[in-house]
Design a protein around this ligand. Structure first.
Ligand code: PGA
Length: 255
């Protein structure tokens, strides 16, 4: 990471975990564990815990995000949540394009782009996830694939809106598997993402864009991953549900 050029962001992705009452308890554990952070700290919770999270994090250094958003403003989309609904709750961030959404909920590069643009239009900050499967890595197409995912996700996003974009490189084979990318692999792909952002928006925007690594990042490996120049933070799944571990990852961003 390069804290002089861009913001370091450690974000938790709770996935489908914790009821609202359990969320309140978890946040009570997280707040003291991250209060001395010198990076931005975000927790992305299920929709049902957002009200609790926003309330509890008010006046603290923890920012709140959602895990998904629909691209239409309103209407007959049973079960969906719009960007305006999130903003009205006081939510600041949203994740788009997580591989679990691509894999289990038919998310495509095009819908990731639509969700990203809708979120930006409503004023949200967006953590856009990209990453290759194990088969794609073994086929040697990681860089091409991640370039393509990044380009399509950012289609029609303006240079000004890029100030509210974070890109998370999450190799699918490393998510929830305990198998972390090496810091060299993370660096290589994060640098490739920065390069494509530079091609699209110029080097100033590329240098200012936060690019996270995600996939089994934990208290033990965070420091090494974050020591790489193009790894500007982490998107943390499992370890974000444990205050001590999440706190240790946030502390690792203090180098
Ligand atoms: P993990 O999940 O840290 O549990 O691997 C990361 C993510 O999916 O964002």
């Amino acid at each position: 990471m390069n804290q002089t050029k861009r913001k370091t962001i450690i974000a938790g992705n709770w996935k489908m975990n914790k009821t609202a009452s359990e969320a309140a308890e978890l946040i009570d554990g997280i707040l003291p564990a991250v209060q001395d952070a010198c990076c931005e700290v975000v927790i992305c919770t299920p929709f049902t815990s957002l009200v609790t999270a926003v309330e509890k994090c008010k006046g603290t250094n923890v920012h709140v995000g959602a895990e998904n958003v629909h691209f239409e403003k309103s209407g007959a989309f049973t079960g969906e949540i719009s960007a305006d609904m999130l903003v009205d709750l006081g939510v600041e961030y949203v994740i788009t394009g997580h591989s679990e959404r691509r894999q289990y909920f038919a998310e495509t590069n095009e819908t990731v782009n639509k969700r990203t643009r809708a979120a930006l239009a409503a004023g949200l900050k967006v953590i856009v996830c990209v990453g290759e499967s194990l088969a794609e890595r073994e086929q040697g197409v990681t860089e091409e694939l991640v370039r393509l995912q990044t380009k399509i996700a950012l289609k029609d996003v303006t240079a000004e809106e890029m100030q509210r974009i974070v890109i998370a490189y999450e190799p699918v084979w490393a998510i929830g598997t305990g198998r972390t990318a090496t810091s060299e692999q993370a660096q290589e792909v994060c640098a490739a993402i920065r390069k494509v952002v530079g091609e699209l928006y110029g080097s100033d925007v590329a240098e200012a864009t936060t690019i996270q690594y995600g996939g089994s990042m934990n208290a033990a490996n965070a420091q090494e991953l974050l020591s790489k120049p193009d790894v500007d933070g982490g998107l943390i799944g499992g370890a974000s549900l444990k205050p001590d571990d999440f706190g240790a990852i946030v502390a690792a961003a203090r180098q």
